[in-house]
Design a protein around this ligand. Structure first.
Ligand SMILES: O=P(O)(O)OC[C@H]1O[C@H](O[C@H]2O[C@H](CO)[C@@H](O)[C@H](O)[C@H]2O)[C@H](O)[C@@H](O)[C@@H]1O
Length: 274
């Protein structure tokens, strides 16, 4: 294996900066679909077996490692075994909550989440949500999954507009994703979370890897950070389900397997440079 090369000049520049000055590098990752293979039941998601050892090794070589996920931060830590990576920070709920050094902090969920929780079963019933539709209650947000229905794309289309109307009535926003529509609090996204983290750590280079529409905001943040002099590399964990991210990425790899390969090659390249 060799270190995969970005297809853009900006991406190639960022990779060089990261390798030449790793102490200023921030490595940032989405969880599901990037570090963890997609599985039918969200409760079964686990980190790719090669990811945690690689992240632990990379954590000793770079400035900072951070996970930016739609999951509650403590759930991502538990499912991913992320507490095995010294110094890692996990920003959950698109940046609303935070796990660091074993400590989980989260704001109170807004009242709209409670109202949506109460109204969702009736709305799904009235809309004719097909068998297999499943609601994931994340405390600060509710995610309606269709992956386990007979026709997940059609089920998503059926639910899209009623879910948007419910979210709007309760002051929440919808976050579309891979066979899921999430109703969550407004005012935070992965881009804002990433910008703040890189600024806090004084990052000189950032790599962000994601797989889904929610990661587009983080890709935007990488572009903005470039304008501020931070070298930025966007990586898409490719799938047949999301085209929009691959089109925008400096580098596309083959799903979580490809991300694990990338981590391993990065670690080897940084180790070789001493
Ligand atoms: O920001 P992420 O870490 O990518 O989290 C986004 C959502 O991921 C989860 O759902 C996705 O992964 C499931 C497990 O592989 C899969 O079954 C589902 O179809 C995907 O949408 C998670 O359940 C959501 O809460 C996250 O918001």
């Amino acid at each position: 294996m060799t270190l995969p090369q970005p297809r853009t000049d900006d991406g190639a520049t960022a990779l060089r900066c990261l390798l030449n000055a790793p102490s200023g590098a921030v490595l940032a990752f989405d969880f599901d679909g990037t570090l963890a293979p997609i599985v039918p039941d969200p409760r079964d998601a686990r980190a790719h077996p090669r990811v945690i050892p690689e992240l632990a090794a990379l954590g000793r070589l770079v400035g900072a490692t951070v996970i930016v996920t739609g999951r509650p931060a403590d759930v991502a830590v538990s499912y991913g075994g992320l507490d095995g990576v010294a110094g890692i920070v996990v920003l959950g709920h698109y940046g609303l909550d935070r796990w660091e050094n074993g400590r989980h902090t989260a704001p109170e969920p807004p009242a709209g989440v409670r109202a949506v929780r109460a109204q969702l079963p009736d709305l799904l019933d009235r809309t004719g949500a097909p068998e297999g539709t499943w609601v994931e209650d994340k405390g600060h947000a509710l995610a309606v999954h269709t992956r386990r229905t007979a026709d997940p794309d059609s089920a998503l289309e059926l639910l899209r507009s009623p879910l948007r109307a419910l979210a709007e009535r309760q002051g929440l926003v919808v976050e579309p994703g891979r066979m899921v529509i999430e109703l969550r609090p407004p005012g935070m996204d992965k881009g804002t979370a990433l910008r703040r983290f890189v600024a806090d750590r004084g990052g000189t280079a950032v790599l962000y890897a994601g797989d889904d529409l929610g990661d587009l905001a983080a890709f935007d943040a990488v572009r903005d950070l470039r304008d501020q002099g931070v070298a930025g590399l966007t990586v898409c964990s490719g799938s047949t389900e999301v085209a929009a991210l691959a089109e925008r990425a400096d580098l596309v790899v083959d799903g979580p397997d490809g991300v694990a390969d990338l981590l391993s090659e990065l670690r080897a390249a940084l180790t070789a440079r001493g």
